[in-house]
Design a protein around this ligand. Structure first.
Ligand code: CP
Length: 365
């Protein structure tokens, strides 16, 4: 695998879920695969989970790791071609990338959308520059339009909550492994307000779980990478997938083709087994001039915040969010702290998704 942006880059999804379960059972099973190989993680934006989990994944595989925070100690990088560099940017990405590539075997990129130029963002310009000029395999650690390591971890988490007879289970054994991990996590987690995950139920109303991606309010303009990838990965999995958001926030059909869109949040929540909350700014699909904008004052949108009443409309759904999350905006304290909240297992599974992805890349070197 030379590039990891989209779900199809990983190949067979059920096989990838089987590999995730294998690695979760023994995360050091492939600890010599990365011997004498170096991962360079390049961050143009902040991170907690991606930074730690991807580094841990590389260590699981025996790799060396270099982390570059572009905005903390490196020369300020120009990313646009054809500009006169008479400002504060001392180095061009087109020299910096091959230099970085000369020190490593694999590169991970975190580079968020600028949210001002839709064409530039949706072309994944920075990511493709790394792919073209580094000469090394590249993977997304959240780029302008996608966050596949997060979506894969989310799918692993949903899969772990899925009854053993569900098609989502793939090659996984009969309810072994992850469910037991969860129960042991629960027993060591008794001090509120830390979220305390547990298993709530064994059956869905339908033959497959109903998964709802819901927009929720936020005071700042956020990219669409997480909801884009979540939609793409849910549509590739065997779930009943619904997206709910206020009108104007339609995600790019490139990621949502085949999804049901329901503008009535209550209707969308009815019968849901998983509620995945996330804010995103206007994707500029129906009105390109609104790309990256917040369409309504968030004070008027607080009825979209996921609270206990919202969760009462569901089929005892699990709450999910990629983190970091703003409490009181996206979700209330009681919902995120409830035993049905999966925010911590999702974050923990970032190590697993990254280990599977790096394993695929190392096997293709
Ligand atoms: N979910 C996620 O990617 O978290 P970080 O931004 O902290 O890496």
């Amino acid at each position: 695998m030379k590039s990891f942006l989209n779900v199809e880059d990983l190949g067979n999804l059920k096989e990838a879920l089987r590999e995730a379960a294998e690695i979760k059972a023994d995360r050091f099973k492939y600890d010599t695969l990365g011997k004498n190989k170096t991962l360079l993680m390049v961050f143009f934006n902040n991170s907690l989970r991606t930074r730690l989990s991807t580094q841990k994944a590389a260590m699981n595989l025996g790799m060396n790791v270099i982390v570059l925070d572009v905005n903390a100690g490196a020369w300020k990088l120009e990313t646009e071609r054809g500009v006169v560099m008479d400002g504060d940017k001392s180095e061009h990405l087109l020299e910096a990338i091959p230099v970085m590539g000369s020190y490593c075997d694999v590169i991970g990129i975190r580079s968020f959308a600028g949210l001002t130029d839709r064409e530039y963002d949706y072309a994944e310009t920075v990511y493709h520059q790394f792919l073209r000029y580094s000469g090394k395999p590249v993977f997304a650690m959240e780029t302008a339009t996608v966050h596949p390591l997060q979506a894969f971890a989310d799918l692993i988490t949903i899969n772990e909550q899925t009854p053993s007879n569900s098609p989502l289970k793939g090659a996984r054994g009969k309810g072994q492994g992850a469910r037991e991990d969860q129960l042991s996590e629960q027993s060591s987690c008794s001090l509120p307000p830390a979220p305390c995950p547990s298993i709530k139920k064994e059956v869905w109303r339908g033959s497959v779980p109903k998964v709802v991606l819901t927009w929720a309010p936020h005071p700042r303009s956020l990219p669409q990478a997480v909801p884009n990838s979540f939609a793409q990965w849910m549509l590739a999995a065997d779930v009943d997938f619904v997206i709910t958001h206020p009108e104007g926030y339609e995600l790019d059909p490139k990621f949502t083709q085949g999804a049901r869109i329901e503008y009535d949040q209550r209707k969308a929540f009815e019968g849901a087994d998983f509620i995945y909350a996330k804010n995103w700014s206007c994707p500029g699909v129906t009105r390109p001039e609104d790309y990256g904008k917040i369409l309504h004052d968030y004070h008027q949108m607080m009825h979209w915040t996921v609270d206990a009443e919202h969760m009462s409309w569901t089929n005892n759904a699990h709450f999910m969010h990629c983190l970091p999350v703003r409490r009181g905006m996206i979700v209330t304290d009681d919902v995120i702290e409830a035993p049905s909240s999966l925010v911590i297992p999702e974050a923990a599974n970032r190590e697993i998704s990254a280990t599977v992805v790096l394993k695929h890349i190392l096997q293709s070197l």
